[in-house]
Design a protein around this ligand. Structure first.
Ligand code: PSU
Ligand code: MN
Length: 307
């Protein structure tokens, strides 16, 4: 086993007993939401996974270890320290292991650690993608490359319209990543159920999704899958309001010259500020909704046998 991997007792027990497990990321805790909502949400997400029959494994880097499964105290620490915790993608991992400093894992690094631990299903809010203007900036989230190479299915509410969703879907296609729409034909845009872009395949039940995932990996097709799960209609904010906030956040970002890994956290914070917290409430609801679906897919995967 990887000498840097440290699996928590509850996750280890679940692995030994062949119980369903759902991986969860920590950038959403330290960089995606303000304290104390971030900690409360992370704990509610874990509880939601349990209520739906699976064991949660929140992932982060702490004390020079790749941690699969955190204690409440560790989640509280990541949430309270917030932006003081490094945002860690694949390239950053050896440096955090070397320094011993805490790291909040993005979708990319959470996938990587989940795979090492033997966890195949992961729930988050939204994935990173190809940023608008990427033909100039080359800003393409490492999440997309990770989906191309790492065999973990990511349940998300699509990707934010701060991104270029058309190019994001093109990039996934090029890299052989299937995009499944759960009970939808359209790729959702995080706060909104619709984006105008289609998904590759629509599946309407956790069992059908579990079957495809099991077959994909049994057939030797390594790599990730995107499971796009639209925000429940009752929690969808007014699209026009989110749209206006997104445009304003993008223009402020340009004016301030923000680039690199600061881009996503800046835009998330700005949109929350501009919508008076409405975006945060929606964000919390969609993450809970994704945790629910991921747990149900993980449970169904235990019963999928096609050899
Ligand atoms: N999108 C969201 N909320 C988030 C993120 C993305 O709606 O919290 C986080 C995730 O951790 C994702 C990361 O992996 O931002 C992408 O950052 P970047 O664009 O720098 O790759
Ligand atoms: Mn980026």
């Amino acid at each position: 086993m990887n000498p840097f991997l440290e699996i928590s007792p509850s996750v280890n027990e679940a692995l030994q007993n062949g119980q369903p497990i759902v991986a969860l990321e920590s950038t959403i805790i330290s960089h995606g939401m303000p304290y104390p909502d971030n900690v409360a949400t992370a704990l509610r997400v874990e509880q939601t996974v349990r209520e739906n029959g699976a064991v949660p494994a929140t992932i982060a880097i702490l004390n020079g270890k790749l941690k699969a499964g955190l204690s409440e105290a560790e989640i509280e620490h990541l949430g309270k320290t917030g932006r003081g915790v490094a945002k860690v993608s694949r390239r950053d991992i050896p440096f955090l292991l070397s320094s011993g400093k805490p790291g909040a894992t993005t979708v990319a690094s959470t996938m990587l650690i989940a795979e090492m631990a033997g966890i195949r299903i992961f729930a988050t809010g939204g994935i990173g993608g190809v940023h608008r203007g990427a033909s100039e900036t080359m800003d393409i989230s490492a999440d997309l490359q990770e989906l191309a190479r790492t065999s973990v299915a990511v349940v998300c509410a699509g990707a934010k319209s701060i991104l270029d969703l058309g190019l994001t879907l093109e990039y996934l296609e090029t890299h052989g990543v299937s995009v499944i729409g759960y009970q939808t034909d359209e790729f959702p845009a995080f706060y909104t159920r619709r984006s105008g872009f289609g998904v590759d395949y629509r599946l309407d039940s956790p069992a059908e999704i579990a079957k495809v995932l099991t077959i994909k990996w049994l057939a030797g097709l390594a790599g990730g899958v995107v499971i796009a799960n639209p925000i429940p209609a009752e929690h969808e904010p007014l699209a026009a309001r989110i749209q206006a906030a997104t445009e304003q956040a993008l223009s402020e970002m340009q004016r301030l010259g923000i680039s690199g890994k600061e881009v996503s956290p800046f835009l998330l914070g700005k949109i929350k500020e501009l919508t008076g917290g409405e975006s945060l409430r929606a964000n919390i609801e969609l993450v809970l909704n994704n945790a629910r679906l991921a747990a149900r897919v993980a449970v169904a995967s235990m019963n999928s046998k096609f050899t």
